[in-house]
Design a protein around this ligand. Structure first.
Ligand code: SF4
Ligand code: MG
Length: 350
């Protein structure tokens, strides 16, 4: 299958009070047609910045795309804002966290304000008005828009879809609002969905229902999706392939089972081992453990935390992404010699 989306050599810097932060360093991501790809990593690892870049929503300044290309069905978008806008409105659907349920200390005021502005998650506006704004079609035929909205709300198992269209967001539960947000992403009949932690603020049961409904939509419409999450359980439910991100770089890429059952990169191994802890960490913010992006560690960015770090190598040379015979790719010096999966697994077990 052909890739629908290809991100190459992405490098993003931010101007901060402490200097220039090199947040995304040389990131490559490919999503094939019909494939669901997850990017997993701790909060602060750069996964949202990557998503924002793909959606053309990176705030510039303070962000700056220093290098990189983004191809959507072969068409380059990063250098062409008009093309990017067109592809977004014609082909991409974006699903975010419901700004009303994400009022938590995990998010900065800036993040929340941006979410609210972007998704029009205002309490004093009815759904139909929000849909209109999101579609950018204030003059859209009301009856047609209503029919299509009702059909989608119904597919997402929202009771009384007609009635919901005339309600305000604050009148619905968080889970119902998240369903509406998915319906809104589907309204433009996208081929490609991008989701940034949409279920994080919901309790596990509701999260499960939402993921089921999302999976149904994907299968029904044969969509491709890039799904950003810190939650490995969510990645297991939804992803065909997984990119593990650490400190603005891709640490490892493989199929869902490779990454979650037999991770090879020392960081992925730590991540998979610490699943219960990670969720707690993330709530409190794990940022303190990530490096300072204005002065990232030399060589492998993970070396100060890596139990397998080799001094003289890991602190000096940045590891390239080595491809194993299985197709799995690992950015780690341990896998330098084009190993087979079995040999690699043996190293990982040490
Ligand atoms: Fe650890 Fe070195 Fe591999 Fe980085 S390159 S993950 S420091 S062993
Ligand atoms: Mg984020």
């Amino acid at each position: 299958t052909d890739p629908i989306l290809e991100l190459r050599d992405l490098e993003v810097h931010f101007d901060t009070f402490d200097g220039r932060a090199r947040v995304i360093n040389d990131v490559d991501i490919t999503v094939d047609e019909g494939e669901t790809v997850a990017i997993v990593g701790e909060s602060g690892c750069g996964k949202s910045v990557t998503a924002e870049t793909i959606m053309g929503m990176l705030p510039q300044p303070p962000g700056e795309i220093v290098d990189g290309e983004l191809y959507y069905k072969g068409e380059e978008l990063l250098g062409d804002q008009t093309a990017h806008e067109r592809v977004k409105s014609e082909s991409m659907g974006m699903i975010f966290q419901d700004p009303m349920t994400s009022l938590s200390p995990v998010f900065t005021v800036g993040e929340m304000m941006r979410d609210v502005l972007t998704y029009q998650g205002k309490t004093n506006v009815g759904w139909l008005e929000i849909v209109r704004n999101v579609l950018g079609r204030r003059d859209a035929d009301e009856a047609e828009m209503r029919d299509r909205s009702v059909e989608l709300l119904d597919q997402l198992q929202i009771p009384d879809p007609e009635g919901v269209l005339d309600r305000y967001p604050i009148e619905l539960s968080g889970g119902m609002r998240q369903r509406v947000l998915i319906a809104m992403a589907m309204l433009g009949e996208p081929e490609f969905l991008i989701a940034d932690e949409p279920t994080t603020a919901l309790d596990v049961t509701v999260q499960d229902q939402i993921l089921d409904l999302l999976t149904e939509q994907i299968e029904r419409e044969n969509l491709s999706m890039l799904y950003i999450t810190h939650n490995l359980g969510v990645a297991r439910r939804i992803a065909d392939r997984i990119y593990v991100m650490y400190a603005g770089e891709i640490a490892e890429v493989g199929t869902r089972d490779e990454i979650l059952d037999e991770p090879l990169h020392p960081y992925s191994r730590g991540l998979v081992d610490s699943v219960p802890k990670l969720t707690e960490f993330d709530r409190d913010g794990i940022e303190g453990l990530l490096p300072d992006y204005t002065d990232p560690p030399s060589g492998c960015r993970f070396h100060p935390r890596c139990p397998a770090a080799m001094s003289g190598t890991c602190d000096v040379e940045r590891p390239p992404r080595y491809e194993l015979s299985s197709g799995q790719e690992v950015a780690c010096h341990l896998y330098e010699d084009g190993l087979s999966r079995a040999e690699a697994a043996e190293i990982a077990a040490e």
